[in-house]
Design a protein around this ligand. Structure first.
Ligand SMILES: Nc1ncnc2c1ncn2[C@@H]1O[C@H](COP(=O)(O)OP(=O)(O)OP(=O)(O)O)[C@@H](O)[C@H]1O
Ligand SMILES: [Mg+2]
Ligand SMILES: [Zn+2]
Length: 150
């Protein structure tokens, strides 16, 4: 059987081992503009060594720590691979810090972090995989973490 391969990227980032079904949420975090001229490949439900996974490949793009932490909330097993001149020159696993600040909106509408006050959202990370967080202010645990990502 013929195997189709995606175009290799010269320089950029491959986000590998994404929880299946979460590639589009990762793209949302990256805010790739519709006007992009870079190569962007999205693979969903491909077979990896440890079962199904999604992969996102973005040319000419590196990630900042905030973006990496948002990806850790969506896909705790993700690896970030930096590509230079077609080769993987750096690889690391995402890892949530013990607190996340300003990355996700609290699902409690009366939480002080949602009031018209300059209070950034703040969550304790109570589990990394599966990701579970609890609001520092109101103690609410969101049902679905992926909904509130800012
Ligand atoms: N130039 C490139 N363009 C696009 N994708 C690339 C390029 N180089 C590597 N990749 C992809 O980056 C990911 C990591 O590559 P690597 O060669 O480290 O694979 P691996 O040994 O299977 O890694 P892991 O153990 O993390 O699964 C793979 O999904 C690979 O297909
Ligand atoms: Mg692999
Ligand atoms: Zn709250």
């Amino acid at each position: 059987m013929k195997e189709l391969k995606v175009t290799p990227i010269k320089n950029g980032t491959v986000i590998d081992h994404i929880t299946p079904g979460h590639a589009l949420k990762v793209l949302h975090v990256l805010k790739i503009p519709e006007s992009t001229v870079s190569v962007v490949s999205i693979l969903m439900n491909v077979n990896g060594k440890k079962g199904k996974k999604d992969i996102v490949k973005v040319e000419n793009r590196e990630l900042d720590p905030k973006e990496v932490n948002k990806i850790a909330l969506l896909a705790p097993k993700a690896t970030i691979n930096i590509i230079r001149d077609y080769e993987v020159v750096k690889k690391y696993s995402v890892q949530l810090p013990t607190e996340v600040i300003g990355l996700i909106k609290c699902s409690n509408p009366t939480c002080i972090s949602n009031a018209r006050e300059p209070v950034e959202s703040r969550f304790h990370v109570i589990s990394r995989d599966p990701p579970r967080i609890r609001c520092y202010y109101c103690e609410r645990e969101p049902d679905d973490i992926t909904v509130g990502i800012i």
